[in-house]
Design a protein around this ligand. Structure first.
Ligand code: SF4
Length: 286
C-alpha cells in the first residue's frame, strides 16, 4: 500500500508522473520527488518511510553533484520553483500524518531526503523542530531521519538541529579530496573533508556514516573506491568519528554517469567486516 509518485525525467525531454513503476525513457533516467511530502515508500535501509523534501519539486538543489545521483546532474535539472516554506511543510506533513493515521500504513520513519541537500533550506533547524513535534503528536514511535551530505554541518544551527533527530545520516564516500572532486563534486571551492570529519566527531557518536562504494569508470578514468588506497584512510576517519553505525551501499538505479558499476557483494561484505573489526556496527545494502 505504498503510494510513491516520483516524477521521472529524462535528460532531454519529458516529465511524467508515474506510480512505482520506473521505466527507461532515455539514456539518463532520473527521479525527482514531490515536495514537500512524498511517499510513503519502502526504503532499503529505513523501512516504511515518509519523505520530507525541502527542495523545489521541479528540479534539484545540492551542494554536491554526485555522478551517481538518482536526481541527475545539477546542470540538467535546475529548479525554477522555490523551496517550500516552513508553514507549507508543516501543513502538508500534518495532513499526510492524519491520513496515515486513518488509512495506514504506519511509518517507521519520517525522512528528510528528496531533490538534493535538505540542510540547504534556510529554515531547516526550525522545520526539524516542527517535524519532531508532529511526529510526537501522531506517531511517537516513528524515527526522524535526515539524509545529508554533511556539507552544512559547520553551520552551528544545522549542527544543533541534526543532534535532535534520531538518525543523523551523513554521507562520507571517501576522505580523499581528489577522489571527492571526481565522485561527489562539491560545488563550493571551500569544501574541506578534514574539517567535516572533525566536526562529525563532535556529534559524540550521534551520527550514522553512509558510504557509497562502486566500480567502473567516469570520463575515461577508474572511479572504483573499493581498494585499500581508499578504504584505509576512510577507516581511520571512522575511528575518529566513532559513529553509532555505518551504512555501506552501492548504486541501485540508473545513474546520470554511464559506465558505473555496482560494488560486488564480496567487496561490500569485506568492507563491512573491516568496519565491524573497529567495533562499529555496519549495515550493508547490496
Ligand atoms: S548528495 Fe545526494 S542529492 Fe546531492 S548530488 Fe549527491 S546523491 Fe545527489
Amino acid at each position: 500500500m505504498f503510494s510513491w509518485a516520483p516524477i521521472i525525467r529524462c535528460k532531454v525531454t519529458l516529465h511524467v508522473s508515474l506510480g512505482a513503476r520506473l521505466r527507461q525513457i532515455d539514456e539518463a533516467m532520473t527521479v525527482l520527488y514531490d515536495s514537500p511530502i512524498f511517499g510513503p515508500i519502502h526504503s532499503r535501509r529505513l523501512g516504511v518511510s515518509l519523505g520530507i523534501n525541502l527542495l523545489p519539486h521541479d528540479g534539484k538543489c545540492c551542494t554536491f553533484d554526485c555522478i551517481y545521483c538518482e536526481c541527475g546532474f545539477n546542470h540538467d535539472f535546475v529548479a525554477h520553483d522555490r523551496m517550500p516554506s516552513r508553514q507549507q511543510v508543516s501543513d502538508a506533513l500534518r495532513q499526510q500524518l492524519q491520513k496515515m493515521q486513518q488509512e495506514g500504513p504506519q511509518p517507521d520513519v519520517l525522512t528528510f531526503a528528496g531533490n538534493g541537500e535538505p540542510t540547504m533550506h534556510p529554515h531547516f533547524p526550525e522545520i526539524v523542530d516542527d517535524v519532531i513535534a508532529l511526529r510526537n503528536e501522531y506517531f511517537p514511535k516513528a524515527k526522524v531521519s535526515v539524509l545529508s551530505n554533511a556539507t552544512q554541518i559547520l553551520r552551528q544551527p544545522v549542527f544543533e538541529a541534526l543532534k535532535k533527530v534520531d538518525n543523523n545520516i551523513l554521507k562520507l564516500d571517501t576522505v580523499s579530496n581528489a577522489y571527492i572532486h571526481r565522485l561527489d563534486r562539491p560545488v563550493s571551492s571551500s569544501y574541506d573533508v578534514e574539517k567535516l570529519v572533525a566536526k562529525m566527531a563532535e556529534f559524540d557518536g550521534h551520527c550514522i556514516v553512509q558510504t557509497m562504494f562502486l566500480n567502473g569508470e567516469f570520463e575515461g578514468k577508474d572511479i572504483s573506491n573499493v581498494a585499500d588506497e581508499y578504504i584505509n584512510p576512510w577507516l581511520e576517519a571512522l575511528t575518529t568519528i566513532q559513529p553509532e553505525e555505518v551504512m555501506v551501499y552501492t548504486i541501485d538505479r540508473e545513474t546520470p554517469a554511464h559506465h558505473l558499476q555496482k560494488a560486488t557483494h564480496e567487496q561490500l561484505d569485506a568492507i563491512a567486516r573491516r568496519v565491524e573489526a573497529l567495533g562499529i556496527k555496519c549495515q550493508v545494502s547490496y
